[in-house]
Design a protein around this ligand. Sequence first.
Ligand SMILES: [Zn+2]
Length: 127
Amino acid sequence: MRKRKFSVIDIIIVVVVLATALSALIFINAMGNDGNKVEIIVNGVVFSTVNLKTDEKKEIEIKDSKGKVTNILVLENDTAYVEWATCKNQDCVHHNRISKVGESIVCLPNNVEINIIENTGVEDAAW
Ligand SMILES: [Zn+2]
């Protein structure tokens, strides 16, 4: 049986290939058009900004200035949608799921706006 020995060059090649692949992955993530942040605006003020992609279904309670829950936003399968709302017209609840940059769900009665925004955070990118 022949035992294969790794030379220093082999190790360098493996490291370079892995580093390149990782950089490309980070780059693709940073450049992704699939909108990876959800911005929640209440009364014109940013209430919260969360990652669109989650490992499991996530519910976010959107509250007004008095702390009353007005809408419940759900993040699931890289999409966002309003599951429940106090508004009469329920337009936001019936709105299609959103996932792409520029898409939004607006709840006029509650003055709530949910936008998909580009993830500009590149804190993980180490060049
Ligand atoms: Zn609504």
